[in-house]
Design a protein around this ligand. Structure first.
Ligand SMILES: [Fe+2]
Length: 181
């Protein structure tokens, strides 16, 4: 990541913890992170790959590559704010929220197709935090998490299996089972 990209990410991370949204990631384009050349590193057998990561005490910024058809399974970022900016391709983002008072049940909150023309997608600690990504085309995105994962502080990244659809008041929900990583 170039010093300019790092400076924008650093400012965006500070804003992320204190404001509703930030346009700073819109200033980062594909060429700033070496795309499309970097996509030649795409390993089609993997659903996704973390090409580059930059961690500081207060945030983690990563550049992910995903081949067309690749999936990043349902997972969460507990207690963390996140911004996801698609720089190349097209990614389907499906988000869920835990249902209050219903253990292991979550309800779909949004289902969006996101391209570079779209703004950064915000995932909050208690809104849209559970999510699954499916690459419609060969894709790349920046992921900014604030703060970073910290298992000891109760912020592990957990993946989930979608076990069953359950009929609940107000519409269907899904039962999720955490998968050991
Ligand atoms: Fe995520």
């Amino acid at each position: 990541m170039t010093p300019r990209v790092k400076a924008l990410l650093e400012r965006a991370a500070v804003a992320l913890r204190s404001a509703e949204s930030t346009p700073l990631l819109e200033e980062i384009g594909a060429a700033d992170v070496g795309l499309p050349e970097l996509l030649q590193h795409l390993r089609a057998k993997e659903g996704w790959q973390e090409e580059e990561a930059w961690t500081t005490p207060s945030f983690r910024a990563s550049l992910f590559l995903m081949p067309a058809g690749g999936t990043m399974p349902l997972h969460d970022h507990p207690g963390m704010d996140a911004l996801l900016k698609v720089l190349w391709g097209q990614i389907r983002i499906r988000s869920y929220d835990w249902m209050e008072g219903q253990q292991a049940l979550a309800r779909a909150t949004s289902d969006r197709l996101v391209s570079p023309a779209d703004g950064a997608q915000r995932l909050e600690p208690h809104r849209d935090n559970l999510h699954r990504l499916d690459a419609v085309e060969d894709s790349a995105f920046l992921d900014l998490l604030a703060p970073d994962y910290d298992v000891e502080a109760g912020r592990p990244c957990l993946y989930y299996v979608e076990e069953a659809l359950v009929a609940t008041e107000g519409g269907p929900s899904i039962r999720l089972r955490p998968v050991p990583t």
